[in-house]
Design a protein. Sequence first.
Length: 405
Amino acid sequence: MPITDTNDNRLIDDAEWNAEVSSSLAGTNESYGAGSITAAMRINPSGSITWPGGALVQTQTSANLGQNRSNVILDGLVTPITLSGTVFVDGDVVIRGRVRGNGTILARGNVYVMGDLTYDCGTGSTLADCDYSTPSRLPQLHLIAGGNVVVGDYMTIDTFLNDARRDPINMLSVDRNQQTLSFCQANPAHQACSQLTSTYRSSRPNLTLTEIANFNRRELQRYLRDSSYRPRLYTFGENQVYFATGCSHDPQNYANYSTIRDGAPVSFCRGDTALSVTTLTAAQVSSILARAVRYEVTSSTFNNAVLKNLWASSMNARGTGALRTDGLLYSANAIFGIVQRKYPKLGGRWDLRGALVAADTGVFVPGPGGSAPGLTIYHDNRLRPRLPGGQQAQLRRGIWEVVGQ
């Protein structure tokens, strides 16, 4: 967890949060020094939610954003976001644009990066791209979530729609947002549940729901091996927890996903091969649901329709090139990064200049095709948190193939 989990329940409780914010404001917190943020922002917006652009520029600190429930939009597209020290936000954060200074945004909820997020090396009202050949002069952004971090259009059902099936589907439309698993099991042919063109139909979930179901299956496996384990379970737009019943990591037909219930089969796997299957008992179900901590990927304030419109606004305002993200992305839970090839301005490319740290990662960046790379990571070793002593960074690569049905 980004702050001390005193009672080891895998959640940031009120007492834990308040203690961390208070010590930061008092100047006694060794990890998070008190700071401020100046940006065009909306705090606890309602009604029609849009980017503030160059308006609503204000300076805030943890005294307000961290000690009061605050769901915040930060827009650095016109006026760069300027950071100094740590700013706690007791809620969700939506962010895009240019960033100056050296600091940390620590959101108690989720962080949604809905556009390019890049360093700016200008002064005053003059914007200027940075010279990355001199890292010591670059700003530093630490973007930390007590919940999850999402980069890109995690909402669309059309995650896996590739170049060979380029029917004129508007992926920026809210009509193409993925519906919940409960809804799609009952309505698999619905436009928000089915990747559909004139030549192709697939009633399977998008990457986000697929990975959530895979993460939940793994947590159930861990609990069944050790009943003292506290599972971390993910939900998407509903209170139900779904998991993949087989061993495949690819998206399956909606019928192949199950809730945690008496009689549900949980597979133990080696890769995509089932080694054994355990059927949940009523007692196990009760114990799992009582012990588990849940993390919701969607936001009650910034629902999927709002985020799709914010993402569409960012995409319509930019030129052509890889999605850019500068800084540290950190979550003790999940990070989802999704940049589809079908967006012609992005071409399935994401440049991350900083670091990505998470317990669970679901990243889909297919690239423009051929040998051209999709995801490129330039590691910035100035960023904190760094690896504790005795640990080593590892890069594990695997082949992940989507097979059409």
